[in-house]
Write a protein that binds this ligand. Structure first.
Ligand code: NAD
Length: 297
C-alpha cells in the first residue's frame, strides 16, 4: 500500500480521497479549508500542516483543485522539487489545456512522471468510485497512475500525450452543453406546437434527434428516466460548472483556430443563465426555463 498526498478535498476530492483510504492506502491530506480537512480526517486520511508537508515520503500525489491558477501555484510552490522524484503526480482538476501541458512539462523537467486526469461524473460518482478518467501523459506515466485512478473510477482511458485528458474533457462537455441547449429549445418548441412531450420523447428518442441529453438527462420533468428536472432542477451538474467548461473549450478553440459556432452559442446561453439570471447553482438542464420563459415544469 502506498503513501498518497492528496491536495484539494472539496466536493469531488473528499470522496476520491476517502476511496483511496478505504482501499488501504495511507492518504495524507491538505486543503486550505479547515472543514474539508476535518471531514477528510473523519474519512480515513491523515492531516498535513501544508501541501509541502504532505509531500514527505509520498509515492503518489493527487490534486483536485478548482482551476488552472490553483494547479500551477500548488505544483510550483509545493509539489515539484518537494515530493520525492519517484512519486507519480496526477492532476484530476478540470483546467485549461495550456496550463496542464505547462505544469506537466515542468514536472517532467524536474524528473517526475505526471498525468492530467480530469473526470467525468459528479459528486455521487466521486463518492461511489465510479468516475471516468480521461488521462493525458506518456505511456509510462499512464501505467503508473492507472492503479490509483482505478480505485476512484469505473473507467480509466488513455487519451494521448500531456494535456489530452483536458482536451477530451472539454470537447465532450462542449458537445454536452450544445446538445442540452438544443434539446431544451426543441422541447420548448414542441410544446408550443401542441405536441404531447412524452409522445415527442417516445418518437425522438428512437429517431435521429436522439442524444444523451435527451435519453439519459431529459430536461422535461416526468419524461424519460429520473433526472434533476424531476427535482425542480436541483442537484446534478451545476450550470456554473458547465459555463466553466464551455469557457475552457472556447479558450482551447481559439488557441488552435477551431470554428465552433455551436459551442460559442452554448457559452453565450450559459453565461446569460448562470451569471445574468443567477442560475449558476441550478442543474444545467434548467436552462430550459430561460429558453422558454413561459416554461412551467
Ligand atoms: P471544490 O471547490 O468543492 O473543491 C476544491 C478544493 O480545493 C476546496 O476544498 C478548496 O479549499 C481547495 N483548494 C483551493 N486552493 C487550494 C490550495 N492552494 N491548496 C489546497 N487546497 C486548495 O470543487 P470541486 O467541485 O471538488 O471540483 C474540483 C475540480 O473538479 C474542478 O476543477 C471542477 O471543475 C472539477 N469537476 C467537478 C465536478 C463536480 O460535479 N463538482 C465534476 C467534474 C469535475
Amino acid at each position: 500500500m502506498a503513501r498518497i498526498a492528496f491536495i484539494g478535498l472539496g466536493n469531488m476530492g473528499g470522496g476520491m480521497a476517502a476511496n483511496l483510504a478505504k482501499a488501504g492506502h495511507e492518504v495524507v491530506a491538505f486543503d486550505l479549508s479547515e472543514p474539508a480537512l476535518a471531514r477528510a480526517e473523519e474519512r480515513g486520511a491523515t492531516r498535513a500542516a501544508s501541501a509541502e508537508a504532505a509531500m514527505e515520503g509520498a509515492e503518489a500525489v493527487v490534486t483536485m483543485l478548482p482551476a488552472g491558477k490553483h494547479v500551477r501555484d500548488v505544483y510550483e510552490a509545493s509539489i515539484i522539487g518537494k515530493a520525492p522524484t519517484g512519486a507519480i503526480l496526477m492532476d484530476c482538476s478540470t483546467i485549461d489545456v495550456a496550463t496542464a501541458r505547462e505544469v506537466i512539462a515542468k514536472a517532467a523537467a524536474a524528473g517526475y512522471g505526471m498525468v492530467d486526469a480530469p473526470v467525468s461524473g459528479g459528486i455521487a460518482a466521486a463518492e461511489g468510485g465510479t468516475l471516468t478518467f480521461m488521462v493525458g501523459g506518456t505511456d509510462g506515466a499512464f501505467e503508473r497512475a492507472r492503479p490509483y485512478l482505478e480505485i476512484m473510477g469505473k473507467a480509466v482511458i488513455h487519451a494521448g500525450e500531456a494535456g489530452a485528458g483536458q482536451a477530451a474533457k472539454i470537447c465532450n462537455n462542449m458537445l454536452l452543453g450544445a446538445t442540452m441547449a438544443a434539446t431544451c429549445e426543441t422541447f420548448a418548441m414542441a410544446k408550443k406546437l401542441g405536441l404531447d412531450l412524452q409522445t415527442f420523447y417516445d418518437i425522438s428518442s428512437k429517431a435521429s434527434g436522439q442524444s444523451w441529453s435527451m435519453t439519459s438527462y431529459c430536461p422535461v420533468p416526468g419524461v424519460g428516466p429520473e433526472t434533476p428536472a424531476d427535482r425542480d432542477y436541483e442537484g446534478g451538474f451545476a450550470a456554473g460548472l458547465m459555463l466553466k467548461d464551455l469557457r475552457l473549450a472556447m479558450e482551447a478553440a481559439r488557441s488552435v483556430d477551431a470554428y465552433t459556432p455551436m459551442g460559442s452559442e452554448a457559452e453565450v446561453l450559459y453565461t446569460r443563465f448562470a451569471e445574468a439570471l443567477g442560475g449558476a447553482g441550478r442543474d444545467f438542464s434548467a436552462i430550459i426555463k430561460m429558453i422558454d420563459d413561459s416554461w412551467t415544469p
